[in-house]
Design a protein around this ligand. Structure first.
Ligand SMILES: [Zn+2]
Length: 255
């Protein structure tokens, strides 16, 4: 059976059967690909450190009955995250999750791969950024990547008018809706809208926007929802010093 090797960006990792995981990835040569990684829920698994969302390993696989099956992996592994701020890792993780949600099953796409590879590489760039700017820097990177992917997918976001009320939209009290294809005032967002933050230089508004706009998709696995909750919790605590209560999370979840 032929073995294929390609660079991959890991977007999501879903527990599957007893000790396996399904790895949703965006690969250089095959586009979006869901790989079966056998045995990587076991602690002794040699491959586990490569299949963490946001990592960019090179992956060898064969086409199996149901899913392509991972044979080997190399390159970028778990140690590359050591020492990076949680702000950055959180934004990178959120980006992986958002990209998985908005990216359709697709074939090879060089432009998309280029954008995503460059963006995740920047997240792991060790160049020193003052802690004061770390949040702005990484949230800006996240916002810009989402926007670039949206445009590459063929959407033409209108960034000057609210897509609901059509009024000129300025300032930071607004979010970016993928499904709506443009900017929405926060008060104009409808519950069915898949909204994403448009990150602004203003930390407080960016924070509020991202927390209000980043809803947990229904398809979230329980483990991932917990991680996501934890991330939001940390954001809020870090920025405001307050721990969010249950009503905040009810508002955050669809279900
Ligand atoms: Zn509006």
């Amino acid at each position: 059976m032929h073995t294929y090797t390609t660079k991959a960006i890991i977007l999501r990792s879903i527990p599957y059967q007893e000790s396996d995981r399904l790895i949703v990835s965006f690969t250089e040569d095959f586009g979006k690909l869901t790989l079966l990684a056998r045995g990587i829920q076991k602690s002794e698994s040699r491959l586990a450190p490569y299949f963490i969302p946001t990592f960019r390993p090179s992956v060898s696989f064969i086409f199996g009955k149901q899913f392509p099956v991972v044979i080997d992996a190399g390159g970028n592994d778990g140690t590359s995250a050591a020492g990076l701020s949680w702000i950055r890792l959180t934004h990178a993780y959120a980006l992986a999750r958002i990209i998985d949600t908005i990216l359709p099953e697709s074939g090879k796409d060089e432009a998309l791969y280029f954008i995503l590879e460059a963006s995740f590489r920047l997240f792991y760039n060790r160049q020193y950024i003052s802690p004061h700017y770390e949040y702005n820097w990484s949230s800006f990177l996240l916002g810009r990547t989402v926007l670039a992917v949206t445009v590459t997918l063929g959407h033409k976001p209108d960034l000057s008018h609210c897509i609901i009320c059509r009024k000129v939209s300025r300032g930071s009290d607004r979010v970016f809706s993928i499904s709506g294809g443009g900017i929405v005032h926060r008060e104009c967002v409808t519950p069915s809208m898949q909204t994403l933050v448009l990150l602004t230089p203003n930390i407080k508004c960016a924070l509020e926007n991202s927390l209000c706009a980043t809803r947990i998709p229904r398809t979230f696995h329980k483990d991932e929802a917990r991680v996501f909750r934890d991330i939001c919790c940390r954001f809020l605590f870090y920025m405001t010093g307050k721990v969010p209560d249950e009503s905040f999370f009810r508002q955050l979840c669809y279900t």
